[in-house]
Design a protein around this ligand. Structure first.
Ligand SMILES: [Zn+2]
Length: 206
């Protein structure tokens, strides 16, 4: 796992070179003496603030950034890079009362069981020993393992129009929908799974 905190603070050239390893799972380094390729299969996780001051959208504190400063900040992450990130989640500030409350969410042991069940579904799907998983399916696998009913297909069609999704994003939505269905223990990808996958896509925030 590669975790980039404060992602926009990394230089544009650093972020741009992430494209190749994210797509091909290898990284190629060229020097005068020659070119070497190394395996680079990782999950990318990035965190960023909504704006330079960090308070945009905060219910209690006012953001003082100009819209051009916010624009410049967000544009540090290029469209093609954001396109390769399947799950975009906003994490609003958590109030102290909630953090200190005694009620707890789902236990991680229960989540782990669900993840392990979804992994074994994938092992059965792609064959024991296969390196293919939902996230690395090629177009042929996607056709075979991600059939959509009419309602789901309609959802993807209108999302492609409204969110201006690329062909790459389209395939990513199907693969993520497959995983959401697996986590829910469903053999079929249902409209709710596809709707959830679409909802994680990046959308213009302005
Ligand atoms: Zn701000």
């Amino acid at each position: 796992m590669l975790f980039l905190d404060e992602m926009p603070e990394f230089g544009q050239n650093v972020l741009e070179v992430l494209g190749q390893p994210l797509e091909d799972k290898i990284v190629t380094i060229s020097r005068a003496a020659g070119t070497l390729s190394f395996p680079a299969d990782f999950i990318l996780i990035g965190a960023m603030n909504p704006c330079p001051c960090g308070y945009r959208g905060d219910p209690t504190k006012e953001c003082r950034c100009s819209s051009s400063a916010i624009d410049r900040y967000q544009k540090r992450l290029s469209g093609p890079l954001l396109d390769r990130i399947d799950i975009h989640v906003e994490a609003p500030r958590v109030e102290y009362e909630k953090l200190s409350a005694s009620t707890t969410g789902e236990r991680s042991g229960a989540i782990r069981e669900r993840v392990e069940a979804a992994r074994s579904v994938q092992r059965r799907r792609f064959g024991e020993g296969s390196t293919v998983q939902n996230g690395t399916m090629g177009p042929g696998d996607i056709r075979r393992h991600c059939p959509l009913d009419d309602a789901s297909a309609g959802l993807v069609r209108s999302a492609m129009r409204q969110l201006n999704l690329s062909a790459r994003a389209y395939h990513r939505v199907l693969k993520l929908g497959r995983t959401i269905a697996d986590l829910a223990g469903s053999e079929d990808i249902r409209p709710a799974h596809i709707a959830e996958a679409i909802q994680y896509r990046r959308r213009e925030t302005n």
